[in-house]
Design a protein around this ligand. Sequence first.
Ligand code: HEM
Length: 147
Amino acid sequence: MKPFESLHKETLKELHTEQNKPLFEKILALVQPRADDIAMYFYRELLNHEKAIRFLNHDLVKNRLRITLAKWLCDSLRYQSTPDDLNKSYQYQREIGQIHARIDLPMSLVDYGMGLIKLQVALVLKESNLERDELADAIILCGQVFD
Ligand code: HEM
């Protein structure tokens, strides 16, 4: 998800097509069981990052952020079939953007975080038994979702 203010509704609409539905569903089925591991990895990396650490503390991560990040990851990969669902998804991403804007989180850190997520999702897909072409399509689609 373009983090997050520059995300366009149109981009979401272009990705959530009927044609992409089966691929979204396969990706979510693979990533969902690993979402908690990915969220743990994400915050472990950030807690070790000298510029990120000042926005975080262990209790916040342990009690809240880890859980909400795993949920965000799954929500971002869930196929949205109706304009209403797409709109809710868009509003949710914007709210998260506003939360980060309120704490003055630099864009460079958001980009860094998104890179961590993209890499972990790609690794989960790589370990799956998706066929070559489907694997390529899945990695491309996730690249667009988390652009
Ligand atoms: C790049 C992808 C990122 C995603 C998808 C993401 C996701 C989220 C979500 C879903 C929330 C809402 C949590 C809640 O309300 O319980 C949140 C809040 C928060 N995020 Fe992020 N985040 C990202 C990057 C970062 C980075 C890089 C940092 C710090 C270095 C960070 C620090 C925080 C903090 C401190 C809050 C809580 C703010 C508050 O409630 O006052 N996030 N994030």
